[in-house]
Design a protein around this ligand. Structure first.
Ligand SMILES: [Zn+2]
Ligand SMILES: [Zn+2]
Length: 659
């Protein structure tokens, strides 16, 4: 038999009999790989394990525990979901079923507009397990659009997708279903279930099984609120039961930490309906935490040679025409207001106003870098369906800075910015960071090659100087400049994108910003946009979830609660409260109206860092019983000793450890 040679990802050649498939390659490498393989790539294009290898191609194996592998598992499981629904609900229409982060979904329309119940989910899941056990192959075929239309004669959503692709009107979601070419690819299995799909899939349904259906939700076809409402079933699928269990555990943890729930339980803030969607009011206990965050931020910015500015919430549309927001960002803005023969807008960003301040007078190179800072309130229109507590909100406060510097100052400025950002984030308890550099897409960008190269090199060099590992997102930069994104991982391993350092070559052009250089000539500065928390609201939400409501002592709304054992100890308790307040702490008295046990429990529910219980011997000896959150009770601690300890703990929180 004649042989072919293919290349592995590391460039090494491998000889295989002609006609070998990706699966054959996997088994020629090792039996463990065969078990782990779910698909492969041929010359960079994903393909089924059964795909034959062309001679000379470069081949890689996709294993179940990789991102791409999980995608294949999830997507294949979505097919089985549709298959089960069609079997259990005759006449059901199935539309699209993509893999998403951590899972998959599939959208259905049931006969007569019926909806799924929780019981239905259980029976669908059990039917899916039957289909998986029956070990049906996923068989790929390619047909013409006409043939596909005939196959899906009773499936209007599939027909719409096929028509769109045929007419060239298809978008990304369509091509995920069928591929980009004019031929339509299908996957069929032995129960005669067929679906449009680009693939790849696992070879047979028995490769699936570590999955769970999660919930049902309404979803508009193509997200169009005027279109039909479909029933979306969400599920999750993983490479092993362990991975599935870990994921479900993470979800449970996340639900316990949901900031909307904690905000309510701890009386921090609320989203009253009368106020309107996506807007919050801060209650005293939330507001004090926020004030502490803002005070800390302000102090650090003062220390970092930032200059504070204030700008209004509303501006004339001319400003947003000049900045380009009306051209490129109008969808994200509140609708306009007409007054005094002018059109006004709530500001979606602070940048244009900061550039007005820069331009208020002539600038010299001696003033650069000029760092303007504002806790600036911005308003953005987010679709109602996408709002999520503090994480996605329509009015928020950015800790926003715009730095104007010369091209030669970029590396040093970004290097010190990285220090600054990391040191502030560490104070709030985050230690696990991820960095990503987004580079130019030459197809859509403004600015010269030279300035892009210089700025991108500056961002790289700053990351390298810190010895930081970072990912590169090729061609992911905004059209106006490259950027570094900083993500953090929280206490349960979730990733949050917080800080951004974004270079901008466009705004200085639009606003004709200049400085007089040492040569006496006029030059254009580079602008850096830098948000550290991102928004105060979202950062507060992330902190709340990270700490599950148990803020570190320096941030806790109430740091100490003093509990007299009985009414007789109340006067002494009041005295202890006074001493603690005089020492600068946030203290409350929990009077002896209720049972002591109940009051201690309440203080714990409120996640107060220290509960001080005072009884007879404490009154005599000027001591307290210290009951720390999550720690052991310690009796007979002198009040002065407790104050000294608390001072130490809070100061540590405020100063933190410098990177
Ligand atoms: Zn598929
Ligand atoms: Zn900006």
């Amino acid at each position: 038999m004649s042989e072919i040679s293919v290349l592995l990802p590391d460039g090494s050649p491998r000889q295989l009999p002609q006609g070998s498939t990706i699966a054959d390659l996997a088994s020629s490498i090792g039996s463990r790989l065969v078990k782990a393989a779910v698909a492969g790539t041929i010359n960079g294009v994903e393909a089924d394990l059964g795909e034959q290898l062309p001679a000379g191609s470069t081949v890689s194996i996709i294993t179940a525990d990789s991102q791409a592998g999980r995608h294949v598992l999830r997507h294949s499981t979505a097919h089985v979901l549709a298959q089960a629904v069609v079997q259990l609900f005759p006449g059901a229409h199935y539309s699209i079923g993509p893999a998403i982060e951590d899972g998959f979904y599939y959208d259905f329309e049931l006969v007569g507009g019926a909806t799924f119940s929780d019981d239905d989910l259980a029976s669908i899941e059990s039917r899916m397990r039957d289909i998986m056990k029956s070990n049906q192959p996923f068989i790929r075929s390619e047909v013409s659009a006409d043939a596909a239309l005939a196959i899906f004669a009773n499936q209007p959503y599939k027909r719409e997708i096929i028509e769109r692709v045929r007419s060239g009107a298809g978008d990304g979601s369509d091509s995920a279903e069928v591929g980009d070419s004019q031929t339509i690819s299908l996957y069929r299995n032995t129960d005669d279930f067929v679906d449009l799909c680009r693939g790849p899939h696992v070879p047979t349904t028995s490769r699936l099984g570590h999955f769970s259906l999660m919930k049902v939700a309404g979803a508009y076809w193509r997200g169009n609120e005027k279109g039909p409402m479909l029933q979306r079933i969400y599920g999750t699928a993983w490479e092993s039961d362990t991975a599935l269990k870990e994921h479900l555990h993470r979800l449970e943890e996340a639900a316990k930490r949901d900031h909307r729930r904690l905000a309510n339980e701890l009386d921090l803030l609320s989203f009253p309906q009368e106020l309107g969607a996506g807007l919050a009011v801060w209650h005293p206990k939330g507001a004090i935490v926020r004030k502490l965050m803002e005070d800390y931020s302000r102090q650090r910015h003062l220390d970092g040679d930032y200059q504070f500015v204030y700008t209004p919430h509303v501006a004339n549309g001319n400003l947003f025409s000049k900045s380009g927001h009306l051209e490129y960002y109008a969808d994200g803005m509140y609708p306009p207001m007409e007054m005094d023969n002018g059109t006004y807008y709530m500001k979606p960003m602070n940048c244009p106003m900061h550039s007005l301040i820069y331009n208020a007078r002539q600038r010299s190179y001696r003033e650069l870098p000029l760092r303007l800072f504002e806790l600036g309130n911005v308003y953005r229109y987010e679709r109602a369906g996408t709002l999520h507590g503090l994480m996605r909100i329509r009015g928020f406060t950015q800790d926003d800075s715009h730095i104007y510097c010369t091209p030669d100052q970029l590396v040093d400025e970004i290097t010190s910015l990285l220090d600054f950002i990391l040191s502030v984030l560490r104070r709030f308890g985050f230690t696990d960071f991820e960095f990503n550099l987004s580079t130019r897409d030459p197809e859509k960008s403004v600015g010269t090659d030279e300035i892009w190269e210089k700025a991108t090199a500056a961002l790289r060099e700053a990351l390298d100087r810190h010895g930081l590992q970072y990912g590169v997102k090729e061609k992911d930069a905004a059209f106006y400049g490259p950027k570094i994104d900083i993500d953090i991982r929280d206490a349960i391993g979730r990733k949050w994108q917080l800080s951004t350092i974004q270079a901008d070559f466009n705004n200085p052009e639009r606003f004709e910003l200049e400085y007089v250089g040492p040569d006496g000539a006029r030059h254009r500065p580079i602008m850096l946009h830098r948000a550290l928390f991102g928004s105060i609201e979202r950062f507060f939400g992330v902190l709340l979830e990270h700490y599950a409501g148990a803020f570190p002592t320096w941030l806790a709304p109430v740091q100490v609660s003093v509990l007299p054992v009985a009414a007789a100890h109340e006067q002494y308790a009041v005295n202890v409260v006074k001493q603690l307040k005089a020492a600068g702490f946030r203290v409350e008295l929990s009077a002896a109206d209720d049972q002591l046990g109940k009051r201690i429990r309440n203080a714990k529910i409120q996640k107060i860092p220290y509960v001080l219980v005072v009884g007879d011997t404490d009154v005599e000896n000027a001591t307290v019983g210290v009951n720390p959150r999550g720690g052991d009770v310690e009796r007979d601690v002198a009040v002065s000793e407790f104050i000294a300890r608390l001072r130490g703990e809070v100061a540590e929180g405020e100063l933190g450890d410098n990177p």
